[in-house]
Design a protein around this ligand. Structure first.
Ligand code: DQA
Length: 143
């Protein structure tokens, strides 16, 4: 399957930004672990941007099976991300590393969840792996 993992603003600072919340792995380490786990059987592409328009362009041009999105802070208010996700036919999972419901109230709302098939929060960086596994299982079992 063709899988795209999209990360929004500041997620390139993983490993150094608030490690007590986001853990110690860098985004590169997360990417390597996912490619190690899924790369043999699937095509896994990674993309990070701090810019909403860059994220929108990448999402809109994706023609594949599974799209994992951690929009960072944009997840909570970006109508542009919502519309871009709506336009994509893939199986989509919104992921948050931290448990957003244990944090400030503005993080409890998602602007993009309604465009996704599933929502995963609070599993740390393992959430990316779980999201891809869940999507693969659902796409292969629910046919
Ligand atoms: C986050 C949660 C967001 O509220 C925050 O702005 C982030 C990271 C997470 O993965 O837990 O940048 O998306």
């Amino acid at each position: 399957m063709k899988i795209l993992v999209v990360n929004g603003p500041k997620l390139n600072q993983l490993g150094t930004r608030k490690p007590e919340i986001y853990g110690h792995l860098t985004l590169q380490e997360v990417e390597s672990a996912l490619k190690e786990e899924f790369g043999k059987d699937h095509e896994v592409d990674f993309f990070q941007s701090d810019f909403e328009c860059g994220l929108v362009e990448k999402i809109r041009s994706f023609k594949g099976d599974i799209l994992i999105i951690n929009g960072g802070a944009l997840s909570h208010h970006s109508v542009s991300l919502l519309k871009a996700l709506r336009a994509v036919e893939s199986y989509k999972v919104e992921v948050h590393i931290s448990n957003v419901f244990q944090r400030e109230e503005f993080r409890h709302k998602s602007a993009i969840a309604s465009a996704c098939n599933a929502y995963l929060t609070g599993f740390g960086t393992n959430g990316y792996l779980l999201a891809i596994k869940g999507a693969i299982l659902n796409l292969t079992n629910n046919k």
